[in-house]
Write a protein that binds this ligand. Sequence first.
Ligand code: ZN
Length: 364
Amino acid sequence: MEYQCKYCGALHWLNEKLEKSPKRDPQFSMCCKHGEVRIPLLMAPPNFLYRLLISNDEQAKEFRANISQYNTALAFTSVGVAVDDNVNRCGRGPPVFRIHGELKHWAGTLLPKESSSPAYAQLYILDPRVAQQYRMQRNSNLRPETMLAHQNLIRDINPYAKVFQHAFEILQEHPGAEDYSISLRVMPGQDVGLNTHRYNLPTADEVAVLVPGDGTQVVDSCDIILRLHANESQGVGHGALQRVNDGHAAYSSLHYVLLFPHGEPGWHWGLRLFQPNHENPKRLSQTRYAAFRLQVRPHEKEFSIVLHARRLSQRYIVDLWASADQNRLNYLRKNQTKLRASLYGGLEDALSRDVNVNLNDIGQ
Ligand SMILES: [Zn+2]
């Protein structure tokens, strides 16, 4: 892979070039559609995490072997999916992550139910020492020093740790108001710096806007609604768990905290292709986004944790695929009237012209 895309820096084999482009100046489409996909490259990983991903000492090996479990212990949101483990029981090949049914991310209330111990985002509101105890109680096979270092790292550099703490402080000022909630609306910077392809380190204020309310105002369906407690009497959307919309820019980074330790935003509905000559640039599709994110680039340009995280990488890639697939199915479901009308229109026309026509010859 000696050929580098001049737009996004992805490494390619020559035969991956667009057929029409010359060998002297090859152009590539699968990485960034020759410059039309312009999203920032991932930030350099923090030193500690970088060392654990590439070293061969015992701590690093243990971390990589259990990286999915560490990630779950440190994530802000949980993932609900039926995992099919049968495929790993027979045969000796590499581990496979296979799912069936729908894949969903869940955000909980900021305080646990009385009967249960805190988990996910709830742990970032607690005193760090107490949070570490809860994490180790649930994951006693993992190394306490590795867990503690990551916990401190995320509290330090991940803006969402501060966002959840801040939301908790605001909600605490309204202890009596059961309906009081906060919408977490993520605002990824549009000014990406086209030459550098780099993020500036986002601050908590820049990454998310907290919109307080009493539950009566209209909220964006993509918002994540934060509450102190579940309010079951309010019905759907007010329970202990709320589904995170996969069009939310923080959908991936709130769960895959070890892949996106700086809280880098992921795919969302607002992303567009870079088409300066178009009045209305096309939407950036999820598959195009995934193709960009999964490219190999020289490490000095982008060291992608996504490509070094073993089983956690597998999970993330399955997640990307499931989300794209679910959105495609949703589109088909919501546009039945339109789709059916255009699909059968041609057949009806043919039939009205000639009743003896064989419809199988015209289309399905
Ligand atoms: Zn490219």
